[in-house]
Ligand binder design. Structure first.
Ligand SMILES: *Cc1c(COP(=O)(O)O)cnc(C)c1O
Length: 232
């Protein structure tokens, strides 16, 4: 979901409060990196993590940013090649970070692909991409709203996700029937159990829109949802 300037200032606020009591802040930016320019210094995040596959890189690679002083103070978490400076019977001197944390043969292909994906993503017209996604989201929302017994959950305008449930139908059944029609969605509680409890449902279906989606994809999705509901 697109992080707004409000959410960004919330992270800064959390970081300030945490730092006041000596705590360390780890920000999970797996969603934010796709939607905004992230400035870890402005957020004052101690650590910032994201997964490569969320920015169109392959799976199995991601990034962990850490403030240099914190990284330097941390011990390595496993041993292997390239992470030692000097080894003797008298003691071991570890390499500087980040090498200290990158023992063994690295995921070379993954790192190259992640860098390429980021370079590509930095050079696209982000405003046009966001407008395209907002346009598709509106189309999907209107399509879902035109169907009976469907309820949209937690709608955020101009976001890239639309979550919904159908009265009396299990979310997994909808997801399976959409899958059979070639539409991939997520179903379940989406790591948000308390929210599901508050709404009074045991889960919902969530369609995500990315910049490669087209109006035709959205129309196929709506039609597939309509068919699934007919069958259930
Ligand atoms: C996708 C995601 C994860 C999990 O990352 P994986 O690399 O898929 O395991 C964690 N947090 C958020 C916010 C995500 O969007």
């Amino acid at each position: 979901m697109s992080a707004t300037s409000q959410e960004r200032s919330t992270i800064r606020e959390i970081a300030e409060k945490a730092h006041n009591i000596g705590a360390v802040v780890v920000v999970d930016g797996a969603q934010a990196v796709v939607h905004e320019h992230v400035d870890v210094t402005a957020l004052d995040a101690d650590f910032y993590v994201f997964s490569g596959h969320k920015v169109f890189a392959p799976a199995g690679i991601g990034a962990l940013y850490g403030k240099p002083a914190l990284l330097d103070a941390m011990p390595p978490w496993h041993g292997g090649g390239k992470m030692v400076e000097k080894v003797s019977f008298g003691g071991t001197l570890f390499a500087q970070s980040p090498a200290k944390f990158e023992a063994g043969t690295p995921n070379v292909a993954g790192a190259i692909a992640l860098a390429e994906a980021i370079t590509w993503y930095k050079n696209i017209d982000r405003k046009a991409a966001e407008q395209h996604i907002a346009h598709l989201q509106k189309r999907l929302v209107e399509g879902i709203q035109s169907l009976e017994d469907l309820h949209i959950v937690g709608l955020q305008p101009a976001a890239s996700v639309v979550a919904f449930y159908v009265d009396g139908v299990h979310h997994s059944d909808i997801a399976t029937l959409l899958d059979q029609q070639g539409i991939a969605v997520r179903s379940g509680h989406h790591c948000a159990h308390p929210l599901m409890d508050a709404i009074g449902i045991n889960g919902c279906v969530r369609a995500s829109i990315a910049l490669y989606n087209t109006e035709e994809d959205i129309d196929r999705c709506i039609e597939a949802i309509r068919k699934a509901c007919e069958l259930l």
